[in-house]
Ligand binder design. Sequence first.
Ligand code: ZN
Ligand code: ZN
Length: 133
Amino acid sequence: MSYFKRNEGTIFFAFASIGFIAFYCINYFIRRCRDRSASAGNTSEEAGMSPRRPPRGLDPEAIDSCPSFVYKEARGIEPGIGELECVVCLNEFKDDETLRLVPPCVHVFHADCVDIWLSHSSTCPICRADVVP
Ligand SMILES: [Zn+2]
Ligand SMILES: [Zn+2]
């Protein structure tokens, strides 16, 4: 009789510990899910913030309002421009390329190069003058 009782106690203890382990596992699983969703929320928040993070750049309308022209045409008007190269990509200007000049200092770049530059920074790549279109 006493042996049976002890056995019963062992079974009860086993069930109790299984229950405890299961509870612990579920608790851990829930916490892990919550952590993951919290961190997922953080990353999506960061991703959402990153396009807003470079507030120093100009918006596309402002960049568009900087004067642009085809190199071939400008070279006819201003001979000195023939010696220029784009400091952003370090390539010389070619006849059919579209260039853009930056208003305050009149430095000239490829339109494509300076558009990308100005979307990240509002200063001239050469002299750091504030670009105010
Ligand atoms: Zn360039
Ligand atoms: Zn400049």
